[in-house]
Design a protein around this ligand. Sequence first.
Ligand code: GLU
Length: 432
Amino acid sequence: MSKGLKVRFAPSPTGFLHIGSARTALFNWLFAKKYNASFILRIEDTDLKRSRDEFLNEIMDSLRWLGLRWDEVYYQSRRFDLYREYAQKLLDNNKAAREDGAIVFKYQFEKIEFNDLIRGGIEFSELPRESEVLIKSDGTPTYSFACCVDDALLGITHVIRGEDHIPNTPKQILIYKALGFEIPQFAHLPMILSPEGGKMSKRFGATAIKQYKADGYLPQALTNYLLLLGWSPKDDREIIGLKEAASLFDIKDVNKTAAAFSLEKLDWINSEHIKNMPAQALGECLKEYLESRDFLPENTKKDYLESVAELFKTRLRKLSDFISRAYFCFYDDYSFSPETRDILNRDLSPETKILSERFSGLESFDKMIIEKEFRAVAQDAGLKVRDLVHPVRVALSGGKVGPGLFETMEVLGKERVLARLKRLIDYWQNKG
Ligand code: GLU
């Protein structure tokens, strides 16, 4: 085999990792997995004033959280000598000159053409300038220069990045040529637009990946969604795991047209992933999330969390929804919500008392038996089952809607159910 394939993701730690840059990282990673290429993380921290550790840490943590592991990491701030050395070569060959303390690349205009793996042939018949600063007067390299030197020295074979870098490509090609470097292949990913079709903004999705994590999105849902911003498996499936996507991925199938960001779509994909998760995995994932939000009561049992998760898994868009919906499964201090008033108007305390007595006598508190008892009590009292279901649901959860009542009772357990039925009876009796 000729030399191995190599790609790189090259964020500047001057801001957090956001949707657009995470998608660039993802497509590089997919390419690496598909073609067995190395995936390099290159930190473009040449702007010493604006680069911050806080951003660097978030970028790395978010990449790890998304499951996009890199093989090697390089920091441009540690490679300044190399850039100066290559600038010196250009000075020696009269391809660059010193001007006002900076080293400036002087090039002859020539038509530049390159074949973009996504967009096909791209041609530039003019460039806006005839010179380009390589090393600034403070000794730091410009983005394009450091980028070319590194891509060449690190052996990057494919440069996969956002479409906003197309205008940088011709001058970078001139730099590769001037230094006698091999020119890599380019693939420019389509823009991600806001739902309105404009630029992504803080209001529309351009938030840090760590914020999505805090909001209760699953990493596999976020990568699934990012994947669809430019690519999809040919069978029109929308729910797909990273591993499978990597096996089907082909950079040539990436769309040329911009993709619009949609939070509704992301929410839907997230809910599908939550639904499809095995109980144990969902339990673990919720545990971590809920602990980070300080929600879980101490000593919550693993099995209990898993069974509550099973109750709600088809009803969650985000892990954060669990906090409001499943609150009553962990805490008793909820109140009956105002919209349940009409349900509670009808005093069914005698029937509820009978129900409590029948439940107390049960050996096994499983949903089939609970349902049987429940129906029998309703029938004996001449009630429709739903007449009793509604107030009991309010008693157990404080709300009008929720998962199946009998399953909910089984999960809550007999003690809790009895205590809550008592609370309902007290409510009726104190009202009158
Ligand atoms: N640091 C540049 C960016 O974040 C990298 C561009 C490139 O991939 O060449 O946009």
